[in-house]
Design a protein around this ligand. Structure first.
Ligand code: 9D3
Length: 264
């Protein structure tokens, strides 16, 4: 997979992308991430990327020309725009990171992970000229309802979530499937040694060696934790009749929402 990222702050990406899973995926050539400084695609003496908004108002707006120039310079280089290169692979999605975008989730990460090529545009200032949206961008994504200073951290979040889904990116392929958001439930509690720490014991079942009992306990814990913390997630989860009954029983017993009593 190739990922091109357009930004005014290319240095922001150096730390996160030179560590851990993204580093390993790059080293293994599973992904090729290319960072472009939007300022490099200006042609004026002062490399101006922004300007005052027409109609007035606070803040600055990213000019269309450098962004169009950047994307157009990337596309021929990577060469699968359908007709122009004889068809085949579909054109790369051009995704604008913006607070007005579709809310990012694991399902969108899975969709994006299927692409051979992806172009991410990080906005800054008050926004980008609307013609970028109208005539260049194919998707707009937000990572949540809070205010960031720009699209860079959002782009890093998306790249991290997508790259770890690429076959071979993780140590074992099992870990990606077992992820809480892939099962539709929050994760069960984890413990490691010692068996008693400051008088707090690890649940007995985990030391029993009874793998069937352990699996049942973990599944139950995952369901109860999801019920208490993120009940909305249960609507999408695939549950057995017995598991639905566990939920009803817990709800009828007037369960508490507080996390400190979750284990009780
Ligand atoms: C508070 C300023 N807002 C109204 C005047 C507009 C605004 C413009 C640009 C707010 C934030 C930003 C910068 N944010 C992003 O570019 C961004 C973002 C985000 O802020 N939250 C969640 N996801 C994303 S993706 C890109």
């Amino acid at each position: 997979m190739r990922i091109d990222i357009l930004t005014l702050f290319p240095d922001m990406f150096q730390g996160p992308f030179s560590q851990s899973i993204i580093k390993r995926a790059s080293d293994r050539d599973l992904v090729n991430i290319v960072i472009h400084n939007i300022r490099d695609y200006t042609h004026d003496r002062h490399h101006v990327v922004d300007d005052y908004p027409y109609g007035g108002g606070a803040g600055m707006v990213l000019k269309p020309a450098p962004i169009f120039q950047a994307v157009e310079s990337i596309k021929p280089e990577t060469g699968h725009q359908g007709e122009a290169t004889g068809g085949g692979a579909s054109a790369a999605p051009v995704i604008l990171l913006t607070p007005q975008g579709r809310l990012f989730c694991q399902g969108i990460a899975q969709e994006i992970a299927k692409c051979h090529h992806l172009i991410l545009i990080c906005g800054r200032y008050e926004g980008v000229d609307e013609r970028v949206r109208d005539y260049l961008v194919t998707d707009e994504i937000s990572i949540g309802d809070y205010v960031l200073s720009g699209g860079e951290l959002a782009a890093m979040v998306i790249v991290d979530a997508v790259v770890r889904l690429l076959p071979g990116a993780l140590g074992s392929d099992a870990s990606a499937l077992d992820d809480s958001h892939a099962t539709g439930l929050l994760e069960y509690p984890h413990y490691t040694r010692p068996p008693v720490y400051r008088g707090w014991a690890v649940p007995e079942v985990l030391l029993s060696g009874d793998h069937a009992r352990i699996a049942k306990w973990r599944r139950e814990q995952a369901i109860l934790r999801t019920l208490r913390r993120r009940p909305g997630l249960l609507e999408e989860a695939t549950l057995s009749e017995e598991e639905r009954q566990l939920i009803s029983k817990t709800e009828q017993s007037g369960f508490s929402m507080s996390s400190s009593s979750e284990q009780e």
